[in-house]
Design a binder for this molecule. Structure first.
Ligand code: PXL
Length: 269
């Protein structure tokens, strides 16, 4: 069984973060491990306002040692890191263990929260983790931030961001969220390997319950890579996985709702 690790925050509501990653890993049939960087909680008496509780970096270091020195993951994903220490510790372990199948999900802010954007931390992620990544999976906002340009608003701007991010050291760039472009009639994501652009298309699903969709997509790519898929194949399969998941998305309460990561098990899929 392939062994896959996520280095990410815990989302106490279960829809995003390492909870989404582990559910996705289980659906793919890989063995999941998690190093927790922080714990995110949500307050139902304050319109689902998020609080973030970082863990001490020595706790993260012990978890990374358990996973990397003690087990040896076939593939690794990073999600919400939350601190400079978490970025540099992740980079240190990925480098020391020569982890080739590494997916960087450059989580910058949670959707629907007022959590502050931290440009210093994002610069550190770009400098230390981007060059180690086999695939980086920014959404439109994150792609703009990484590339040093406004949030892409057209396919051409997505291509420009992908070129810039590739030049910064990522081997493959997968920009998610093309369904958010003006007049989109399909959810068109963009894959770039440094030579060719490929549009990865799925049905545009009209739902506000998309909590954890980014985490789930990156986790699915990581699991697919561990199972031997080439990056483009892993991205294409992940796109199918998230599309089916979002087709069965549901509300947890008035504020938040995730997809259903088990949706693709159904025989009619
Ligand atoms: O969806 C981004 C995200 C990632 N990681 C954690 C989160 C969230 C959003 O809520 O809580 C831990």
């Amino acid at each position: 069984m392939k062994k896959v690790a996520t280095i990410a925050g815990s989302d106490a509501s279960g829809g995003a973060g390492l909870e989404a990653d582990l559910k996705t890993f289980a659906e793919y049939g890989v063995y999941g491990m998690a190093a927790v960087t922080l714990i995110a909680t949500m307050d139902s008496s304050r319109e689902w306002a998020h609080s973030v509780f970082p863990l001490d970096s020595s706790v993260l270091e012990h978890q990374l040692s358990t996973i990397f020195d003690g087990v040896g993951p076939d593939a690794v994903k990073t999600g919400m890191l939350g601190s400079a220490e978490a970025v540099s510790l992740s980079a240190r372990f990925i480098r020391a263990h020569k982890t080739e199948l590494y997916v960087l999900d450059p989580v910058m802010v949670c959707k629907g929260t007022n959590e502050a954007l931290d440009p210093g931390l994002n610069a550190l992620i770009a400098e230390q983790l981007l060059p180690l990544s086999l695939v980086v999976t920014p959404n439109l906002f994150e792609a703009g931030q990484l590339a040093g340009m406004p949030t892409p608003a057209s396919l051409e701007e997505m291509k420009e961001a992908a070129r810039r991010i590739h030049a910064m050291g990522a081997k493959h760039v997968f920009i998610k969220g093309g369904g958010k472009l003006a007049h989109a009639t399909a959810a068109i994501d963009l894959f770039y390997d440094g030579r060719d652009f490929n549009q990865v298309e799925g049905a545009l699903i009209d739902t506000r319950w998309t909590h954890g969709a980014g985490c789930t997509t990156a986790a699915a790519i990581t699991a697919g890579l561990a199972q031997g898929l080439e990056p483009y194949e892993a991205v294409s399969r992940a796109k199918k996985f998230i599309t089916l998941s979002l087709r069965e998305s549901f509300a947890l309460n008035a504020w938040v709702g995730p997809g259903n990561p088990s949706a693709w098990r159904k025989p009619f899929n």
